[in-house]
Design a protein around this ligand. Structure first.
Ligand SMILES: [Zn+2]
Length: 339
């Protein structure tokens, strides 16, 4: 809104918001004091931001905070809260204040003016600060560090919440743990064990799948061998292997083509409605000038689809499985033409 000079304006402070902000503000001073005691005198406030729901404090520190350091900072800060120290705010002449407290006063940057507003938690922290604060540290309530982040070289960011907002964050975490437990259908205390059990079951199942797959491949190879189709001086093995994926087809085809160098192995599987194919030629077929790329082209043309490949292997996809017999026939004719 735009006001004219002389206009009367009514302002209203949102007390609820102010309460959260002053808690977060005072918690910033408490945390800074705690960080300095845990990490060392090099810790300086590089920045801070207070919101209603949470706040953050950026401090100078040369490495990532460990979990243990975070816990110690949290513990010290909450002890200051529980000691219920007074938070003094007063104005003092700049020179006198600098002499008494040193330049540590200017954690939030140097402020202008002859008079400084000082916020002092006796024996813990003193800063030149214009912010709104609690009257005692006890009013801040629980201080919880939510997470830390490296925002730039030499600067760690501590995101935290105080008072009711800290409680809400604990509820949020608790809710997540309860949700996990409900999904696992165990009490919260059993979740780590339940997850361990699940992952070992998963490993076991994967092992079984691998075993079944190799058994299927063996069975498929035996079946293909019994269905060899003569094609000139070569043989053609072909089949539609429902439910197999392309990797399975490649494994089966390479093994069979290796075992029978005078053969071409052409395998299909179906994905959706579309036939996928893999084709591999044995060594002697390759020597006659027919390779994976050439075969893939012939097959893809018969399937009205796309295909391509290298010497070793041809692959592609067709329009409809109805064309599969035509594709098989085309390969057979190509092999026969080599006679
Ligand atoms: Zn302050």
């Amino acid at each position: 809104p735009i006001f004219k000079v002389g206009e009367v304006v009514k302002g209203k402070v949102n007390l609820e918001q102010r309460k959260h902000l002053s808690r977060h503000h005072t918690a910033t001073h408490i945390l800074l004091g705690a960080a300095r005691r845990v990490l060392g005198e090099h810790v300086w406030q590089e920045g801070a931001q207070k919101e209603v729901e949470k706040a953050r404090l950026d401090i100078s520190h040369y490495k990532r905070l460990t979990r243990d350091e975070i816990r110690r900072i949290e513990e010290l800060a909450n002890r200051v809260v529980m000691s219920n120290l007074p938070v003094h705010t007063f104005f003092e002449d700049r020179n006198a204040a600098e002499q008494r407290y040193g330049f540590r006063l200017y954690q939030g940057g140097v402020v202008p003016g002859k008079l400084l507003r000082i916020v002092e938690i006796p024996g813990w922290d003193v800063e030149a600060c214009g912010g709104i604060h609690c009257k005692t540290t006890g009013e801040v309530g629980l201080i919880k560090i939510l997470r830390t982040e490296r925002i730039q070289d030499g600067v760690e960011r501590l995101e935290f919440a105080a008072g009711e907002m800290a409680l809400r964050d604990i509820w949020r975490l608790e809710g997540m743990v309860e949700e996990v437990a409900a999904k696992l259908e165990v009490p919260v205390s059993q979740t780590p064990k339940a997850i361990e059990r699940l992952s070992s079951e998963l490993r076991e199942l994967r092992r079984k799948v691998e075993k079944l797959r190799s058994q299927l491949s063996k069975a498929e190879i035996a079946k293909l061998k019994s269905l060899a189709v003569p094609a000139g001086k070569f043989s053609l093995y072909h089949d539609l292997v429902e439910g197999a994926d392309v990797d399975d087809l490649i494994a089966i085809a390479s093994q069979l083509a290796e075992e029978d160098p005078r053969s071409v192995v052409l395998l299909f599987t179906v994905k959706g409605e579309k036939p996928l194919f893999v084709v591999i030629a044995g060594r002697e077929v390759l020597n006659s000038g027919i390779d994976g790329a050439k075969l893939a082209k012939v097959i893809a043309d018969s399937l009205e689809g796309r295909g391509g490949g290298k010497r070793d292997i041809g692959q592609g996809v067709g329009k409809s499985r109805e064309f599969i017999p035509e594709a098989v026939n085309a390969v057979k004719k190509l092999l026969e033409s080599q006679a």
